[in-house]
Design a protein around this ligand. Structure first.
Ligand code: SF4
Length: 315
């Protein structure tokens, strides 16, 4: 069976071996973050509907899970915001009833947690990884470029209420963009907000490959360590400091060779590569990040987007 809505399992820096479930088409999202690694948002919306047919997703999951794969998590993620799909609750119930041995994780930008129907639909997941990069409206608008109806106050309220209702773990992600949310003022506001939400962990991240906007840079490890110190007594983890993905079991050397072969012939964008190789953008991104880190490929901003080229021959 060819899967349209499942991808991976991908080697995830936070979740080990994770099977991805993508519930929205490419870049249907309520935000248009300047650091987004999967490109510009093409449909910036807060409308919840069945963006991809849920029956198709359930059939694919059934087909895949009956083979009893070894997974650490089944994760709702993808190149958009998964909670926008109004059928997410059905998918969660299906897995929990038919395959209760698997743990479920949700990567979300937190924008829709104010909605009590959504909170009910996702309450039975095991782990939520929501993002919160700003606590002031001004920084939120500049960094996350939300749909005009999304306000930071409402987003934070949604997170607070969900945390009170939820029995699983919450690992809150803070993505640092230099010059925007690494100022003392914004970090103090964020710290106060995090203390109120009280997640099990705060995870600090920064860019590990080019984002949507070329001027967005990553921060140095020392700066992330300084921020981690500042956020104490919260339990903070720097997830940008990651062991090579090559050490993760599901890292596939063949995929890496196919990527290198393709861009050796001509430089490509991530979307070109994803189409040519039939790889989900999220899965492909893990490989590109690893190849960039090992200095084997380089990226270049051009009119049509970020192109990847060979830098040196891989060992
Ligand atoms: S980073 Fe996530 S929330 Fe932000 S635009 Fe990309 S997909 Fe949407």
């Amino acid at each position: 069976m060819n899967y349209k809505h499942l991808f991976g399992p991908v080697p995830s820096r936070r979740l080990g071996i994770s099977l991805g479930v993508d519930l929205v088409p490419h870049k249907v999202c309520s935000l248009d973050c300047i650091y987004c690694e999967v490109g510009k948002t093409t449909n910036c919306t807060i409308e919840r509907k069945e963006y991809v047919p849920i029956n198709e997703v359930l059939n694919e999951l059934d087909d895949y899970l009956k083979q009893k794969p070894n997974l650490d998590f089944i994760t709702f993620s993808g190149a958009g915001e998964p909670t926008l799909n109004s059928g997410i609750g059905k998918v969660i119930s299906f897995i929990k009833e038919k395959y209760p041995q698997y743990k479920l994780a949700l990567l979300t930008n937190s924008t829709l947690l104010y909605d009590k129907n959504l909170r009910k639909e996702i309450i039975n997941i095991d782990l939520i990884l929501p993002s919160l990069d700003a606590a002031s409206e001004d920084v939120f608008k500049r960094l996350n470029r939300p749909n005009p109806k999304v306000k930071i106050e409402k987003l934070i309220k949604g997170l607070l209420v969900f945390k009170r209702e939820f029995k699983g773990e919450m690992w809150l992600e803070l993505f640092i963009v230099p010059g925007l949310n690494d100022t003392e003022k914004e970090l103090s506001l964020l710290k106060n907000t995090f203390l109120k939400i009280n997640p099990e962990k705060v995870q600090l991240n920064t860019l590990d490959r080019p984002g949507t906007e070329p001027e967005v840079k990553s921060v140095f490890k020392e700066k992330l360590e300084e921020i981690a110190e500042f956020l104490k007594p919260l339990s903070v983890e720097i997830i940008a400091k990651f062991v090579s993905r090559m050490k993760v079991k599901s890292f596939d050397k063949n995929i890496e060779s196919q990527i290198l072969e393709t861009i050796r012939r001509r430089p490509c964008t991530d979307i070109d590569l994803s189409t040519m190789l039939g790889l989900h953008l999220n899965e492909l991104n893990k490989y590109l990040a690893e190849l960039l880190k090992r200095d084997i490929i380089k990226s270049e901003f051009q009119k049509r987007g970020v192109f990847f080229k060979i830098k040196k021959v891989a060992n």
